[in-house]
Design a protein around this ligand. Structure first.
Ligand code: GLY
Ligand code: MN
Ligand code: MN
Length: 439
């Protein structure tokens, strides 16, 4: 399992504390969630927690306290427990938290309130995400509140609580080289899965069979899980944007839209390809596909420092509108008039893309506090995923276009000189796609 090096996590914590102007940071691990009976959902650490300390067990608490020119890292973790470890696997315990994860101090999590209460006696501020776990907040407020009533003569209020998430999200928005490496590996594995799926999908197979083959490639390459539920949508199912049932039998002449990717080292890729199943695009399918492809390539080309997601989104809407006019899906009216009316939204109803990182829809703002759009900077990663979806029952559409859904999605890193496509290893040009799907 890929682990975050402790020195990198320490540098990240230091950067976040600097952005918080020296306010101590309190962060908790993701909770375990019961699925049914005695079964839990597969545990995945909270992305912020993993980013800042790399400790991936549940029931953990991180406290990072500025100290001199650096900070003191205190981890509260589950104790070693031979009996429990027989069932659930090895725990680091406080000693392991120090040895392996670079904590300066570590305690059993059961001692948290005692240690925290003593530590925070004179604190004036704390960075903590309120309103995520009201029960924890209540305990925190009770601790601080009791202190206030017990010591009124010190004229000291309860610590000011500052939400650390915007600061952490802004840091996570710019990926360091070690993060790009993990994203690139997630992308490499995902590309391989897509290529395998394109080559093996056949009429008569069920969508879930293709899903199984695709996800087997991810797992075989060391990806512990998918970055999000795989969408394997044949024929008209492609028009359901988050179709994850994957239960239809694929028919001859169908297009197959696959939106799927692996997570690796807690980073997720996000790839969509749409291809004819064992054969060639029909003229109607090809016309829609080429309209989306032209748009997608232009948008990728527009990615460079200084440009904004909003401008590139507008470019995509313009290109899709041109395509819709050519396809006869929009009639009467100029390009400008249709842009003004946002006519494209009937067939292109989602945005151009989103930030990508540890979360598939990754954190980080799109706009500045003054509502202007954030300029792209080197180290940002975004998806570019325009599409055209023509419902099967759209009587306004030419009959041969009905039920066609096409999306093409790549992951793009902003570099100093422009951009780098992380997902270039899966074909998208018509000839290349047809060569691969021919088997
Ligand atoms: N796979 C989710 C998305 O493309 O946003
Ligand atoms: Mn996406
Ligand atoms: Mn996607």
């Amino acid at each position: 399992m890929k682990r975050n090096p402790p020195d990198i996590c320490r540098a990240r914590r230091q950067a976040v504390l600097k952005d918080l102007r020296g306010i101590p940071l309190l962060l908790r691990s993701a909770p375990e969630v019961l699925r049914n009976g005695d079964v839990h959902y597969t545990y995945r650490q909270d992305s912020n927690f993993h980013y800042l300390c790399g400790f991936d067990e549940p029931e953990a608490i991180l406290l990072a306290v500025p100290e001199g020119r650096g900070h003191r890292t205190i981890l509260f973790v589950r104790p070693r427990d031979k009996a429990r470890e027989v069932w659930d696997g090895k725990r680091a315990g406080p000693a392991g938290a120090k040895r392996t994860y670079g904590a300066d101090e570590a305690h059993e999590v059961a001692d948290f309130w005692k240690v925290f209460g003593e530590l925070t006696r004179d604190w004036e501020a704390l960075a903590w995400s309120l309103a995520v776990d009201p029960a924890f907040d209540a305990r925190l407020m009770a601790l601080f509140g009791a202190r206030l009533t017990n010591r009124p003569r010190k004229n000291q209020g309860i610590p000011a609580i500052v939400d650390p998430r915007p600061v952490i999200w802004a840091r996570r928005q710019i990926k360091g080289p070690e993060e790009v490496e993990l994203l690139q590996e997630a992308a490499r594995i995902s590309c391989e899965g897509h290529r395998v799926a394109m080559a093996l999908a056949e009429p008569g197979m069920y969508e879930y069979e293709v899903q199984a083959e695709l996800e087997a490639v991810f797992r075989r390459n060391g990806a512990p899980r998918v970055g999000y539920d795989s969408i394997v949508a044949s024929g008209p199912n492609a028009c359901t944007l988050h179709y994850v049932e994957n239960s239809r039998r694929i028919r001859s002449g169908d297009l197959l839209l696959i939106d799927a990717a692996a997570e690796y080292g807690h980073y997720s890729a996000d790839i969509t390809r749409t291809f004819p199943v064992r054969g060639r695009f029909s003229p109607a399918q090809r016309a829609v596909y080429e309209a989306v492809l032209r748009c997608q390539k232009k948008c990728v080309e527009a990615i460079k420092p200084g440009n904004t997601v909003q401008k590139i989104t507008e470019l995509s809407q313009r290109e899709i509108t041109k395509g819709l006019l050519q396809l006869g899906l929009l009639k009467k009216g100029t390009l400008a008039a249709h842009m003004k009316k946002r006519s494209f939204a009937k067939y292109y109803m989602h945005g151009l893309g989103h930030w990508l990182g540890m979360d598939v829809h990754d954190c980080g703002p799109y706009q500045n506090p003054d509502a202007s759009w954030i300029g792209l900077k080197p180290g940002m990663v975004m998806t570019v995923e325009p599409g055209i979806y023509i419902p099967a029952d759209d009587r306004a559409a030419p009959p041969e276009l009905r039920g066609i859904g096409v999306r093409i999605e790549d992951d793009v890193l902003v570099t100093r000189s422009g951009h780098r496509v992380l997902t270039a290893d899966v074909p998208k040009e018509v000839a290349d796609v047809e060569a691969l799907t021919a088997g």
